[in-house]
Design a protein around this ligand. Structure first.
Ligand code: PEP
Ligand code: MG
Length: 806
């Protein structure tokens, strides 16, 4: 007969309970714990019954207490009520864990001989593996601080050899082995852990794959035996096929990032590194239980303070810089950081600085592993961490890069706060090791008119004061340039406001308008001579919101933009939530593949009402302004979606309804789409990402998402041709439109409007105004018949330079 902690599974469904328990029992090898079911009603129906739960608790108890795991709703009420029906005094823990994960964790831990509290805690952390894997919230690190400084310490390393890696079953086997020793054992990979080796849930969060190295460490009297047993178990491969030790599965080395010029201008200046990050916290002893609540509240205060600081800085900024700052404020305010760090303080007495450091470290590691858009956020996370830690130390946040001496800013990547105070008067250029044409640093550099090069490996090794020549048009960087090279610097590209109208020399009209996300951007557009707004990213107004904004709030935001453009076209895009722009009230976290998931118009599949209310707000906002309102939906993939959107827009009283072409499917169906919409706007950032199957934020794939990619150009041409054939206006509002030469090529394909960040308007306007429509067509033909990025770019450039008389 079993002894140890008993477990009761309470479910509405006997079939569900039996299957979940069977799955959990699969993870147990020697002595399974006592598990009793209280599932369904007495007459065999679906439901729960408090007296059955009470009976199951009594049967499960072996004298060491019972953990109860419930599914949902009345199962919880029945379990609570059952406690009142118990005839004997049994120590019971009701655990609010998800049913399947909680049962599995409790069963494995109980089988390992853990105490009632340990089993309950393991079960309550059961969702952590999944959420951590999906980058939602961290799993708390192990507290081994009670291990006694004098105890024996042992450690050894090996590689994971079984083909499946440390998935749930091997994790359960390790947990069972570790539970057989008195020593506290931990496992760590190079990037994660250490985690408690008795916790299968924590072990699974290591996400260790075949070939990964793992370190087993243990503290306690039988530490050496524990380490040896665990290493042997890992080496034996848990009964699975082994990968050959000589050929561990290795992750291919990361290719060097592509060095690219992302913001034009050729300047010479002296390097200024953004500087070292904040030093890690000094080791400190455990906080006394009586002082923990106060210490935890300091964490909450510091996070809230930093979030507010970001928000305040956003107020003083415009455009992308403000948007990026607002989204970083949301990171600082995220309970995934403050909540987890505070728990470390209250539960384990960890010093607040260390708690924040560890929590953000774990989230960053998970983000890095996840790659893509999440990996791009690590810079933001570390900036938040540093600022919170400085606040806890009572030190001021680092001042933004200022001073009066001109410099070339060099960084691994720019955190939003680094960019906030950048003054174009002193910052001559930006060089980053990471980044891509659509990364924050690139967009911001273009916005404020600073030459920039991204993907410059090794740049952070240069000493402050080193002289460099930076060409943000070609990506060329020369360290210690010669006199003649220095003389080749042309300086920053300075532009006057665009006087308009947008047209070729033979007066073929091309509307040149601004991409905006706020009223401030709208004003910047006016300042730079925009002839309207070609893309109003409405989601930028609400990035920080956890609840849907009211119709009145929306009207105010939209009207503030619309009223800047009397008698001019303003294209409002409905919320493009999802992927790298999650909006908590519209998108759900944890999608396995968010760029291909429920984003843009697809969010309306789940909830039409948010879109309907937004359309109502947009229509109302336009009333009382003289703006020419056009409204479009992002991420359209089918004709049915376009029809549905146009129907909803019309129902809201909107006359001009269109769509963005951002998916290859939409480009291929352009003609049919033109039949149902009033206009099309091509989002080349996403269209490049999806056409090339390359993350638009990935530095090392930046060559693939280059807007001169022939496949992208041909997709755009398809859409422009469909527009011409059907008389449907086709614009481009992605970053491609901001490139003066490419803009002329797009016009040559038949694109009727171009929209870009306000600062790009003068050079694009000047480029179009310097050539005829026939020149644009020739440049387009030259680019479209080229097989590669470089050939497309140089063929078009040749045509345009000759046309300009040069
Ligand atoms: C695009 O994808 O090109 C676009 C303009 O939309 P966003 O950059 O906002 O995704
Ligand atoms: Mg897009």
């Amino acid at each position: 007969m079993s002894n140890g902690v008993g477990i009761v599974a309470v479910s509405h469904s006997p079939a569900l309970a039996e299957a979940a328990v069977a799955l959990a029992m699969e993870m147990v090898y020697d002595a399974p714990p006592t598990v009793k079911l209280a599932a369904g009603t007495a007459d065999g129906g679906l439901g729960t019954d408090a007296s059955r739960v009470a009976q199951a608790i009594q049967e499960a108890d072996n004298g060491q207490g019972v953990v109860v795991i419930m599914d949902l709703g009345s199962a919880i009420l029945s379990a609570e009520m059952a406690l009142e029906f118990l005839e004997s005094d049994i120590d019971v823990r009701l655990v609010g864990a998800p049913f399947v994960e909680g049962l599995l964790a409790a069963v494995v831990r109980a089988a390992g001989g853990a105490t009632l509290d340990e089993v309950a805690r393991e079960a309550s952390l059961a969702l952590g593996a999944k959420t951590s894997h999906l980058g939602e919230s961290p799993v708390e690190p192990v507290d081994n601080t009670d291990a006694g400084a004098s105890a024996t310490e042992e450690s050894a390393s090996t590689h994971i050899r079984n083909v499946g890696g440390l998935h749930a079953r091997p994790a359960a086997q390790i947990a069972a082995t570790a539970s057989g020793f008195t020593a506290n054992a931990t496992l760590a990979t190079a990037v994660r852990g250490p985690v408690d080796a008795r916790s299968p849930i924590a072990l699974a969060t290591l996400n260790a794959r075949p070939g990964d190295s793992v370190t087993v460490a243990a503290t306690g009297d039988d530490a050496a035996d524990a380490v040896a047993a665990l290493i042997a178990q890992i080496d034996q491969g848990f009964g699975e096929d082994l990968v050959a030790p000589a050929e561990p599965v290795r992750v291919a080395p990361r290719p060097a990032p592509m060095r690219l010029g992302v913001s034009p201008g050729r300047v010479v200046g002296r390097v200024r590194q953004t500087g070292a990050r904040v030093a890690p916290p000094e080791p400190r002893g455990s906080i006394a239980p009586a002082d923990r609540a106060d210490a935890a509240s300091r964490v909450d205060e510091a996070c809230a303070h930093v979030a507010q600081d970001y928000r305040d800085r956003a107020q003083a900024l415009v455009g992308e810089r403000a948007a990026v700052m607002v989204s970083t404020a949301a990171v600082a305010a995220d309970p995934a950081i403050s909540g987890a760090a505070s728990r470390l303080v209250t539960d384990s007495g960890v010093d607040p600085e260390q708690a924040v450091w560890d929590t953000v470290g774990q989230i960053s590691a998970a983000y890095r592993d996840a790659g893509g858009v999440l990996a791009e956020r690590v810079t933001d996370l570390l900036d938040v961490r540093d600022r919170v830690v400085l606040r806890l130390r009572g030190q001021a946040a680092p001042d933004f890069i200022g001073g009066t001496e001109p410099f070339v800013l060099v960084a691994e990547d720019l955190a939003p706060a680094d960019t906030a105070g950048l003054d174009p008067a002193t910052c001559l250029a930006i060089i980053t090791e990471l980044g891509a044409p659509t990364s924050h640093s690139a967009i911001i550099a273009r916005e404020i008119g600073i030459p920039a090069v991204v993907g410059m490996t090794g740049a952070t090794d240069w000493a402050d004061g080193t002289e460099v020549l930076v060409d943000g048009s070609t990506g060329e960087v020369i360290v210690n340039p010669s006199d003649s090279e220095r003389a080749s610097a042309l300086g920053r590209v300075e532009w006057e406001r665009f006087a308009g109208p947008g047209q070729t020399t033979d007066e073929h009209k091309v509307l040149i308008s601004a991409n905006v996300g706020s009223a401030r951007d709208a004003m910047a557009g006016v300042e730079w001579g925009a002839e309207g707004v070609g893309l109003f990213r409405t989601e930028f107004c609400f990035l920080e919101r956890s609840e849907e904004p009211t119709i009145e709030e929306q009207i105010a935001k939209y009207r503030a933009v619309l009223s800047e453009y009397p008698n001019q076209r303003v294209v409002v895009r409905t919320l493009d939530a999802g992927s790298d722009k999650p909006l908590p009230f519209l998108t759900s976290p944890g999608e396995a593949n968010p760029a291909l998931g429920v984003r843009g118009f697809r969010t309306a599949r789940r909830d039409h009402d948010v879109l309907t209310r937004q359309l109502e707000a947009i229509a109302a906002a336009a009333e009382g302004t003289n703006a020419d309102l056009w409204v479009m939906a992002p991420m359209i993939a089918t004709v049915e979606e376009a029809q549905e959107f146009v129907g909803l827009a019309r129902a809201a009283g909107i006359e001009r309804a269109g769509i963005m072409v951002e998916t290859p499917s939409a480009a291929l169906m352009a003609e049919e789409l033109c039949d149902v919409v009033d206009f099309i706007s091509i989002g080349t950032n996403d269209l490049a990402q999806y056409t090339m199957a390359a993350d638009r934020m990935a530095t090392e794939l930046a060559d693939l998402t280059d807007a001169w990619q022939p496949a992208l150009l041909r997709s755009i041409a398809l859409v422009a041709a469909a527009g011409k054939k059907t008389g449907t206006p086709v614009g481009v509002c992605g970053e491609a439109a901001a490139n003066p030469e490419l803009a002329a090529v797009l016009v040559g394909m038949g694109v009727t409007s171009l929209s870009m960040s306000p600062r790009a308007i003068p050079p694009v306007g000047a480029s179009i105004a310097s050539v005829t429509m026939a020149d644009c067509r020739m440049a387009a033909d030259a680019a479209l018949s080229s097989p590669s990025v470089s050939q497309a770019r140089s063929a078009a450039k040749l045509v345009l330079t000759e046309a300009q008389g040069g």
